[in-house]
Design a protein around this ligand. Structure first.
Ligand SMILES: Cc1ncc(COP(=O)(O)O)c(C=O)c1O
Length: 459
């Protein structure tokens, strides 16, 4: 292998570390039982490798922490806001920007101003809080992913796209469409990217039918990287140029900056329409904070201003994508299958395939997630019938989810390859003897966003 073919290591080294816990098998058993077999109820000091979420869980850089020391905490007109706004405006091109403390706050503010009760919001796939906030605003969320998204083994490059034929039918049909919202990358469906061609086509349709087009752009940089790698015509573009082009195509955006903002907290609403901006701003001031901080501290805004630059660095994105790709190979070598092709922020295990002896009503994804905790202290998130299935009043599954998946989310700049080797080894142990794994039943569950607070017991 010549020197220029050798894969590069991550473009950073570790300066500050945080200890992680190694509980005994019996302590893990007690912990998960006390948590009602819901990983959201575990304490972080009961976990060895935490792959529950990539949201707000990344490591910040020394440059971000140095900037944070400059944080201006003035109630109004803080320097930190103007620094952040300049970066965000340069990246997105939107003339109107509002800070929010996280993505879902932006969803609430935007939908309550833009959506009228009875309208529908059409998306490639709504994220769970997005889905809930559309409903809270009196709207109906409608997901129209492309058919390839439902073939988990297909290696089509842009399985995050929206189905353009069905989108046009929805826009031309009798329902009143309040907005079209494209989630990049598509977190609800396997972290799959959306192509620029698809975004361009959505824009053209939205213009023809005069419907606002928004991006839910939590992973705008990772989507841009996958476009550069996979979409013909973009190889000469930088990830930043691709991201900016995506923002340009839309009328506005919602961004949870806890992902590609490379910070623990933060969010953003970007708009072109001044009347909508005025409405959102009033709502923001009443519920989040004044429009130059929106629930964030000056220190957060400073970290974000630096994070928005660091996240589009091609060296960073290429090393993050390579880390996920290597983790995917290790998992497959260990005998488990994942949703193909691997994206960047998470891998999705096909629990239905690994545990065919469990029916959807025994929650195979949840069983696999619990077993990974019991065997190795690994925390993950179920994305199957527990999360998406329809249940009756006694919590019996009346309509299963289309797939039984487990999401292994990958925090940014946090874990080393040894952590991923460990996770793959634990999964390998499960894959050797899957029959030993039992199912679960629900003992209590809330009506909205069930997976966060549900409690279960082993069957
Ligand atoms: C695609 C997408 N949209 C919105 C959100 C909500 O963002 P937040 O968790 O910052 O409220 C998330 C969070 O994971 C997400 O992945």
């Amino acid at each position: 292998m010549s020197a220029d073919q050798i894969p590069l290591p991550p473009p950073y080294r570790i300066k500050v570390v945080e200890p992680i816990a190694f509980l005994s098998p019996s302590a893990r058993r007690d912990a998960i039982e006390a948590a009602g077999y819901n990983p959201f109820n575990l304490r972080s000091d009961q976990i060895t490798v935490d792959l529950l979420s990539d949201s707000g869980t990344g490591a910040t850089s020394s440059a971000q922490e140095a900037a944070a020391a400059q944080g201006d905490e003035s109630y109004a007109g803080a320097r930190s806001w103007f620094r952040f706004r300049e970066e965000a405006a340069d990246l997105t091109g939107y003339p109107y920007l509002l800070p929010v403390h996280q993505g879902r706050a932006g969803e609430r503010v935007l939908f309550s101003s833009l959506l009228k009760p009875g309208q529908i919001c059409v998306s490639n796939t709504h994220f769970d809080t997005t889905h809930a906030n559309v409903e809270i605003a009196g709207g109906t969320p409608v997901d129209l992913p492309v058919a390839e998204a439902f073939d988990l083994d297909s290696t089509e490059p842009f399985k995050g796209n929206i189905d353009l034929v069905r989108l046009e039918e929805a826009l031309a049909g009798p329902a009143d469409v309040g907005l079209v919202l494209m989630t990049i990358t598509n977190n609800g469906l396997g972290a799959q990217p959306v192509s620029m061609a698809n975004l361009e086509a959505v824009r053209a349709l939205c213009q023809r039918y005069r419907v606002p087009f928004f991006l839910d752009a939590a992973r705008f940089a990772e989507n841009a990287w996958l476009v550069q790698q996979r979409e013909p015509g973009y190889q000469g573009w930088s990830p930043r140029q691709i991201a900016t082009r995506a923002f340009q195509l839309a009328d506005g955006c919602l961004i949870s900056l806890k992902k590609d903002g490379l910070t623990g907290i933060g969010g953003l609403i970007g708009l072109r329409d001044d009347a909508l901006f005025a409405q959102c701003e009033a709502n923001l001031i009443a519920t989040e904070g004044f429009s130059t901080y929106g629930g964030l501290s000056g220190r957060d805004l400073e970290r974000l201003a630096v994070g928005l630059r660091e996240v589009v660095d091609p060296l960073y994105l290429s090393s993050r994508a390579a880390q996920t790709a290597r983790f995917a190979r290790m998992i497959k070598d260990a005998g488990a299958s994942i949703v193909e092709p691997a994206g960047i922020h998470a891998l999705y295990l096909n629990a239905g395939r690994l545990l065919p002896h469990l029916s959807p009503s025994e929650f195979p994804g949840h069983s696999l997630g619990c077993q990974m905790y019991l065997d190795g202290g690994i925390r993950s998130a179920e994305l199957g019938s527990l999360y998406l299935g329809e249940l009756d009043e006694s919590y019996r599954v009346v309509k299963p989810a289309p797939f039984e998946l487990v999401r292994l989310a990958i925090p940014r700049r946090v874990y080393t390859m040894e952590h991923f080797e460990y996770v793959a080894a634990v999964l390998g142990g499960i894959a050797k003897d899957p029959e030993r794994i039992r199912g679960y039943r629900i003992t209590s569950a809330p009506a909205l966003l069930r997976h966060f607070k549900v409690r279960l017991a082993p069957l």
